[in-house]
Write a protein that binds this ligand. Structure first.
Ligand SMILES: CC(C)(COP(=O)(O)OP(=O)(O)OC[C@H]1O[C@@H](n2cnc3c(N)ncnc32)[C@H](O)[C@@H]1OP(=O)(O)O)[C@@H](O)C(=O)NCCC(=O)NCCS
Length: 186
């Protein structure tokens, strides 16, 4: 007989709040859940009406802003949503930045995010929920239509090839590409 207790949603949310605190040193948050076809407690759609509506309004506005060719507005909006963004950062029109936890994003100085590049801070798996900080190191270049996953750090001066799917850290000054992304030149 399986006597395991189902994971407590309240406990999970409380730990997620602690993880999202600015001074938390952890890069990844993992918490056991039921299958995500059922409410896990981590999706904005599990919130009560007003809170869910507020999330979807903010998410839609962020998507709209990122679709437009106004870099200053994109950077300003992301900072307002809690992201840390350095100087001389260029976010190309059509980038997608996960609206769930933009506060987990750090972009250092002199970074270019290519057209259609995507950054995710969360992942639902069959039995767990994952959230992770993403850092794009100083001078890195994130190729068009690539995907950077939760918890990844792209090293200083690294290049991510177009279309790459990056699930692990990328060393400084290297070039990484493919799915899953591997270093193709260092
Ligand atoms: C990755 C990249 C920088 C390589 O440029 P390059 O050095 O001139 O390319 P090369 O053709 O000499 O290829 C170097 C290696 O990278 C590999 N490579 C190139 N593009 C790749 C890609 N998109 N995905 C995976 N591997 C790639 C090549 O197969 C080659 O590997 P090999 O040495 O084992 O044969 C370039 O292809 C790229 O994707 N740049 C991103 C540009 C971009 O999206 N800018 C933002 C636009 S808004």
């Amino acid at each position: 007989m399986n006597t395991a207790q189902p994971p407590s949603i309240d406990e999970g949310r409380s730990r997620l709040r602690q993880f999202r605190a600015r001074d938390c040193p952890d890069r990844l948050f993992r918490y056991p859940t039921c299958h995500p076809s059922h409410p896990t407690g981590f999706c904005p759609c599990d919130e009560t009406g007003f809170r869910a509506a507020w999330f979807y309004i903010k998410a839609t506005l962020l998507n709209l802003v990122l679709a437009l060719p106004f870099n200053g507005l994109s950077v300003w909006s992301l900072r307002k949503m809690g992201a840390t963004i350095g100087r001389n950062v260029y976010i190309s029109a059509g980038a997608w930045i996960d609206p769930m936890f933009p506060d987990l994003l750090t972009i250092e100085d002199d970074v270019l995010l290519g057209v259609g590049a995507r950054i995710a801070f969360h992942e639902f798996r069959a039995t767990e929920f994952i959230a992770g900080r993403v850092t794009l190191g100083k001078g890195s270049l994130i190729g068009g239509f690539s995907l950077i996953g939760p918890g990844v750090r792209v090293g200083e001066g690294a290049t991510i090839a177009g279309g790459a799917v990056v699930a692990r850290d990328v060393p400084p000054s290297s070039i990484a590409g493919g799915n899953p992304a591997r270093v193709v030149s260092s």
